[in-house]
Design a protein around this ligand. Structure first.
Ligand code: KG4
Ligand code: ZN
Length: 338
């Protein structure tokens, strides 16, 4: 019997709820939080308050759209970490109360594991899913990781960023260029209109399979300042070319480290996860490399790449299958290992 999972995600600035029947998504509701835009980044206290306001309507809507009622639910799942403590507290407290009141199984999920297991959500029988082992490049606003996935619950981080995440590298560049938050999609859009060889960025040099993005951002700042000494409105005049050159630098760098990791591990399947998966150049370049190298490439639909609760439900289904559940002492964790 496939279990029905009601999942809640509240680790950052999206309040999300989803209902799954096995690996099928019956509903997937996400409420964003516009309140952060005017601060140019997520304000943790405002995120917690928005989650409190959103959680009841979002969960109700997910239930309504799924056609399920509370008694139909087998498992109540929530993101236990990593994330903003106040934001996680809203989701975990809500899930715990619901599971307790209904007498249902409670499962706390690692958000990063959720991003990876989103690849196993199926829209139909014939939809292929990655086979183990595979490598997952997770690129979001908070994380950049290369994870060797040996099984649904056997994951090993073999590389990660030592400073900014890939999404942060885009967001900080966008802020410097005067573009609204979150800037990743804006940089991507303007980059399509620009010339990517106009400005040069040296690739960061980090040993092993780790990443560092802070140097690229600093290099952008210095280049913009140098341009402005010659031409005060350079930032605006060269905006598209700057975006194109910077996007190329970030994507080339992500691909170089990922390719090294694929060669080192000998794995032939690559999966992409996290909000930066939306980047058009990254997707196109990955398709090209995968074709050349003969890798199988998996990129989930965008709705399952950015933060969502369906991925948390999918991870919970795997945990449930393995007999893992949590008690009322489940604690949210700002940092959480695999
Ligand atoms: O996974 P996600 O929705 O939330 C986090 O867990 O962080 O990722 C959001 C990040 C933001 O930094 C956003 O700027 C970036 O993904 N992003 C993009 C694009 N779309 C979203 N970065 C570059 N190009 C895009 N098209
Ligand atoms: Zn995320």
């Amino acid at each position: 019997m496939k279990s029905v999972v009601l999942a809640i995600e509240s680790s950052c600035d999206e309040t999300a709820a989803a209902v799954l029947l096995g690996d099928r998504v019956l509903s997937n509701v996400v409420a964003g939080q516009d309140v952060h835009a005017r601060y140019g980044g997520v304000v943790p206290e405002l995120a917690s308050r928005a989650h409190q306001g959103n959680i009841v309507p979002v969960v109700s809507e997910a239930l309504r759209l799924s056609g399920m009622t509370l008694p139909d639910i087998d498992v109540v799942a929530c993101t236990a970490g990593p994330g903003l403590m106040g934001a996680l507290l809203v989701g975990t407290s809500f899930a715990k109360s619901l599971a307790l009141a209904l007498g249902k199984t409670l499962i706390g999920v690692n958000h990063m594991q959720g991003h990876i297991l989103a690849h196993f959500i199926r829209a139909g029988e014939d939809q292929p899913v990655p086979s183990f082992p595979f490598l997952c490049l997770t690129v979001s606003g908070g994380h950049t990781q290369l994870v060797l996935v040996k099984g649904p619950l056997a994951m090993q981080v073999i590389g990660e960023t030592l400073d900014d995440a890939a999404g942060e590298a885009f967001d900080k560049a966008a802020k410097l260029l005067g573009l609204p938050y979150p800037g990743g999609p804006q940089v991507d859009r303007l980059a399509d209109l620009g010339e990517d060889s106009r400005f040069k960025f040296t690739q960061p040099k980090v040993p092993g399979l780790d990443f560092s993005f802070s140097g690229l951002k600093t290099s952008l700042l210095y280049q913009v300042k140098a341009l402005e000494r010659l031409q005060p409105n350079a930032r605006t005049v060269h905006l598209n070319d700057i975006c194109a050159s910077y996007r190329k630098a970030v994507v080339d760098y992500l691909l170089a480290v990922t390719t090294r990791a694929m060669h080192q591990t000998g794995v032939r399947t690559l999966a992409l996860a996290g909000g930066v998966s939306a980047n058009r150049l990254l997707r196109a370049q990955l398709q090209e490399i995968a074709g050349r190298e003969g890798w199988k490439l998996f990129i989930p639909p965008l709705a399952y790449c950015t933060d969502n609760a369906a991925m948390i439900g999918m991870a919970a289904a795997f945990l449930h299958e393995s007999g893992i559940s949590h008690g009322m002492d489940l604690k949210p964790m700002a940092r959480m290992e695999y």
